[in-house]
Design a protein around this ligand. Structure first.
Ligand SMILES: Cc1cc2nc3c(=O)[nH]c(=O)nc-3n(C[C@H](O)[C@H](O)[C@H](O)COP(=O)(O)O)c2cc1C
Length: 357
């Protein structure tokens, strides 16, 4: 962490977490922060989902739900940006307080409940910046009071197919009651069939990813991977936040919501290794959960991730983190005897599959 961020963090952490977050998003959006984007390193490039990723490190969904800071995030060095979760209609989310810091655990708990400005607002912002390019995924969800949740995802595909580099079907937030039930096999089959049909009916056909929870047992996970491949979905994001509290010491562990950051890393690494073993090359896998350094990014890729996303690490390590990960990751690739980062993918999968929580 830079000295500047150490000081800035002291101030930010005195503020209520959501207020600090608003300031951070605004600062990143303003372009006021020093640019961190390093020169592209050919060893970190990936060709996936029909795109050339300059590097495999992305900002995870939820940081910029409404697409207000996309270009600022690219300036920090991220190779791709995922905006959302966005729902058809704007909604407030759950009552505050609903985001909690657990500094001793380098973790966060949130129960935001899809607070966002809705499809139209995000669509307008993405159209406005379209010419600037970059790989921008849109993470779609359902309104809490929706009468037909599957329909909300279909609306998301229709609205964003034209502009999104890829679409993420988020069925794994723990903060919208009943949402995770969509991971149940029959429900998932129906959902994916309708979402894929909506994509096929669009003039542009962006790749689809399904984002899953880290709280599934082995049988459920196996069924989901099978159903996802059968539905001709291109990839999976592993994982969202967890409702488990293992490895957490902070007294705020008792807060309801999804846990992210360091304590999630092991759980999500084991899970991505299992998905990789089952799916082989049939799915593009994005690993999220606890990445906060070059080493943790490397480990996640070795467990089976093609691409990596982070959120909580940015809060604790600051805006210089993506650039630091990129230079460190390139060094690690070389030091461990790999020619490129693509060669690292899954190289430690077997060990992670067998690892205990
Ligand atoms: C405050 C907060 C809000 C989030 N909102 C979303 C969201 O809207 N949609 C989503 O798919 N994931 C959301 N996530 C989950 C992250 O995208 C990511 O999957 C998870 O935090 C694990 O990564 P991390 O340990 O690097 O934070 C959110 C996470 C946090 C901490």
């Amino acid at each position: 962490m830079s000295r500047t961020y150490r000081l800035a963090r002291r101030v930010l952490f005195k503020l209520e977490p959501e207020r600090a977050h608003r300031l951070a998003v605004r600062a990143i959006a303003s372009g006021m922060l020093p640019g961190h984007r390093p020169d592209p390193d050919p060893r970190l490039k990936r060709k996936l989902l029909g795109y050339e990723f300059a590097n495999p490190i992305g900002i995870a969904a939820g940081f910029d739900k409404d697409g207000e800071a996309v270009d600022g995030l690219f300036r920090l060095g991220f190779g791709f940006v995922e905006v959302g979760t966005v729902t058809p209609r704007p909604q407030e989310g759950n009552p505050r307080p609903r985001v909690f810091r657990l500094p001793g655990d380098r973790a966060l708990i949130n129960r935001l409940g899809f607070n966002n400005h809705g499809h139209e607002a995000l669509y307008r912002r993405l159209i406005e910046r379209k010419a600037k390019g970059g790989i921008v995924g849109v993470n779609i969800g359902a309104n809490r009071d929706s009468l037909d949740r599957i329909d909300d995802y279909v609306l998301g595909v229709r609205r964003f197919a034209e502009i999104a580099s890829y679409l993420t079907v988020n069925i794994s937030s723990p903060n919208t009651p009943g949402l995770r039930d969509l991971q149940e096999n029959k429900a998932l089959g129906d959902l994916l069939a309708r979402v894929v049909a909506a994509r096929e009916a669009s003039s542009r056909k962006p790749p689809l990813l399904v984002k899953i929870a880290p709280d599934l047992d082995d049988d459920a996970l196996e069924a989901i991977v099978e159903t996802t491949i059968a539905a001709k979905v291109e990839g999976m994001i592993v994982s969202n936040t967890t409702v488990a509290r293992d490895r957490v010491k902070d007294r705020r562990a008792a807060e309801a919501g999804g846990l992210s950051g360091w304590p999630l890393m092991r759980r999500s690494n084991i899970m991505i290794a299992k998905v990789r073993r089952q799916a082989g090359a049939r799915l593009v896998l994005v690993g999220a959960g606890g990445v906060h350094s070059p080493e943790t990014a490397f480990v996640k890729i070795a467990a089976g991730a093609d691409l990596v996303q982070l959120y909580t690490g940015l809060i604790y390590e600051g805006p210089g983190l993506p650039a630091r990960i990129l230079s460190g990751l390139a060094r690690l690739v070389e030091r461990q005897g790999f020619a490129t980062v693509a060669d690292v993918v899954g190289s430690d999968m077997e060990r992670w599959v067998k690892a205990r929580l």
